[in-house]
Ligand binder design. Structure first.
Ligand code: MTE
Ligand code: MO
Length: 436
């Protein structure tokens, strides 16, 4: 089989050994959580990788992007030509996969797909030109909110066909949408895993829309009909299962903007911290471009909260009242005397006073997407525990692809009065008091 075709993984790039592999083929990996908060800008090597097929081997000198307009004109532009189609810009933006924190949903009831801890997120600088400039050059009507722009990657995906999605023109052609055709990540040419030689960056949207190895741009009058737009990244209600899903594909909107999210990166879950010792908890928070105004931390399952300290936030540019805080916010919370064993929870707030739901159980969905529940860790009373991140560095852990398994059928769910098998995630105040 020639290289780079479906199922042929013989020409994958070399990867950083500390990435934790969630799936080998196609490659899906995230950094150990404690590395995420080390830097405001995530290094390209430690940035999570979410691939749907083998990584294409492309030549930046000969690569062309094909643009098809509404009236079916097609232009093929080389990367050198593309660079002259607009002013070069650099933005800082966080990419977060809609599958981030899927493992917590898997722990509640089976979910189809690769498992992720809290690391399917990273913040980088991206340099390129604005998509709007290119759309204007090909005379697309950037002010027509009914239009959509479709993007096709070079990669052949295991799901079938090339990776293809779309975004609405109201984002693609918006001067303040900051959608980029990017060739650099953190000041260097994109690495192969992150889309060399050209990728789309759609800040504030689920990272599934930031198409890598960009091959085609098509102006459409409706959303892309592709599998990735119409099926893979949809948030279904809890009662939808794999038997009934066919009735629901059309009524559910594809994911677009991110919701508000925060997670604890340090310590890892189940870490042992000696009772009474000082400890500084760290984590990230991100919303869909809205500024994070506050992060709360609770040591008693949400019975009371304190405010974390913001350590870095995207404030270098004058943002005014535009919701363009595309980068994550990093925060820390110092505890003088750790009441170990205990639990630690976090939740973020943004400028629109959006905050996160209390429990992952209430937002479980069969694809395991968009888990933004309070992030709660349990700190172990035992000193023998090995931090999983260290334990698994470079190794493959066992969250491989899962067969489709249905949650409780709706009628059974009704009988128990709950949408899902009940897993008590919260301890009562009394249990917490007794344990500490
Ligand atoms: N061509 C192509 N683009 C793609 C993907 C892909 O598999 N192929 N995966 C998408 C998904 S689901 C995510 S989360 C991001 C991941 O970007 P990264 O691997 O650079 O972190 O790329 C998106 N763009
Ligand atoms: Mo994703």
């Amino acid at each position: 089989m020639p290289r780079g075709l479906l199922g042929d993984y013989s020409n994958e790039p070399t990867r950083w050994s500390k990435l934790m592999t969630n799936q080998q083929h196609p490659f899906n990996a995230e950094p150990p959580s404690f590395l995420l908060t080390e830097n405001f800008i995530t290094t390209s090597d430690s940035f999570f990788v979410r691939n749907h097929g083998a990584v294409p081997a492309l030549d930046g000198d000969t690569h062309k992007v094909h643009i098809t307009t509404l009236d079916q004109r097609e232009v093929a532009v080389s990367l050198a030509e593309l660079r002259t189609m607009g002013c070069p810009v650099t933005i800082e933006a966080t990419l977060m996969c809609a599958e981030n924190r899927r493992n917590e949903l898997k722990a509640i009831a089976p979910v189809k797909g690769v498992g992720w801890n809290v690391g399917a997120v990273g913040n980088a600088t991206w340099s390129g030109i604005r998509l709007r400039d290119v759309l204007l050059q090909v005379k697309a009507d950037v002010d027509d909110p009914r239009l959509h722009v479709e993007f096709v990657g070079e990669d052949m995906c295991e799901e079938g066909g090339r990776y293809t999605v779309s975004i609405p023109m109201s984002k693609a052609g918006n001067a303040k949408g900051d959608v980029l055709l990017a060739w650099n990540m953190n000041g260097m040419a994109l690495t192969r895993d992150h889309g060399f030689p050209l990728r789309l960056i759609v800040p504030g949207y689920v990272a599934a829309r930031s198409v890598k190895w960009l091959k085609r741009i098509n102006i459409l009058t409706s959303q892309s009909p592709s599998h990735f737009q119409q099926q893979q990244y949809k948030l279904f209600p809890q009662f939808v299962n794999w038997t009934t899903i066919d009735k629901h594909w059309n009524s559910i909107a594809p994911l677009s903007e991110l919701s508000i999210q925060s997670a604890i990166c340090l310590p890892a879950d189940n870490t042992y911290i000696a009772k009474g010792s000082p400890y500084t908890i760290e984590g990230y928070a991100i919303s869909n471009g809205r500024r994070i105004t506050r992060v709360d931390v609770s040591l008693n399952c949400g019975h009371s909260w304190q405010c974390a300290e913001i350590i870095s936030q995207d404030d270098k540019e004058e943002k005014g009242y535009d919701n363009r805080y595309w980068s994550w916010t990093l925060w820390k919370f110092h505890i003088e005397k750790m009441p170990s064993p205990c639990s630690v929870s976090c939740r973020a707030w943004d400028e629109a006073s959006n905050t996160q739901p209390e429990s992952a159980r209430t937002i479980w969905n069969l694809r395991g997407l968009m888990n933004n529940a309070w992030h709660t860790l349990h700190l172990s009373p035992y000193a023998t525990y090995v931090e999983p991140a260290l334990h698994f560095c470079g190794g493959v852990h066992s969250y491989g692809a899962q067969p489709p398994i249905s949650p409780l059928p709706p009628q059974e769910a009704d009988e128990v009065g709950l949408p899902l098998p009940y897993v008590p995630l919260r301890k009562s105040a009394e249990e917490v008091r007794v344990a500490s």
